[in-house]
Ligand binder design. Structure first.
Ligand code: GLN
Length: 235
């Protein structure tokens, strides 16, 4: 058994997993292994309990409008635990449909308004004609990091004042095609429209998130020094 283990939850992984969003957990496992850390994962789906204290990382992937409608019926039972996890600085990644559902509300392609869990107050409007599809490149204004991904969404998301974008768009559309932002950062929660998945294509971001998880779970270890010794270029 590994000395250190991180526990991850894949929320509605059987319903919300567009373009293999589970690959984000695979990427995490890959990098954690270089540090001698094991990563386990559990799908938490309809009618399952979500025990916020158990997890070091939560992934909520993308889905089409239909799957989003299905999970919307189950989400109220998990919303308090998800909010508690986020407010307690848990590391969370919401991708596309999962990113939308963390917010205030989103509007389906057919115009129906669906309530989000309001863990944050971004909101998503529809786009009656067309979708945003294609490669995206963004730059994180706080550290200059560049991230690459692929977007495919009709929703147009607008952030609340407590949230900052994960990056500014250099290529592609991002959250809404208007304000130049892509994704969100709030505490240790990240939202994004990036499939790809984002953590397989952007090892710099994966390592940063991994460090946060490890420092929360095992605060007595100098993870920063260990992580500085592994870089995506070293593989
Ligand atoms: N159904 C949502 C939209 O089209 C999310 C799509 C996705 O998760 N890829 O905006």
């Amino acid at each position: 058994m590994a000395e250190y283990t991180l526990h991850t939850a894949h929320l509605y992984g059987d319903l919300m997993n567009t373009y293999g969003d589970y690959g984000n957990i695979v990427a995490l496992k890959f990098y954690a292994k270089q540090l001698g850390v094991a990563v386990d994962s559990k799908v938490i789906s309809l009618d399952d309990d979500f025990d916020a204290d158990k997890y070091d990382f939560v992934l909520f992937g993308g889905g089409q409008d239909y799957e989003q409608m299905v999970v919307t019926k189950d989400l109220p039972s998990k919303a308090p635990a998800i909010k508690q996890y986020i407010e307690n600085d848990g590391v969370f990644l919401g991708v596309c449909g999962g990113f939308q559902l963390l917010g205030d509300y989103f509007v389906l392609a057919d115009g129906t308004r669906v309530e989000g869990i309001k863990a944050m107050m971004h909101y998503t409007l529809n786009q009656p004609h067309g979708r945003f599809i294609g490669d995206v490149t963004i730059e994180d204004p706080t550290n200059g990091d560049v991230y690459h991904g692929f977007e495919n969404h009709q929703g147009r998301t607008f952030l609340d004042e407590n949230e900052r974008p994960l990056g500014m768009v250099k290529q592609g559309n991002g959250n809404n095609g208007e304000d130049g932002g892509e994704g969100l950062v709030y505490k240790n929660t990240y939202g994004t429209y990036f499939h790809g998945p984002i953590l397989t294509r952007n090892g710099n971001l994966t390592l940063r998130m991994l460090q946060t998880m490890l420092e929360r779970r095992y605060p007595d270890v100098d993870w920063a020094t260990q992580i500085a010794q592994i870089t995506p270029e070293s593989f």
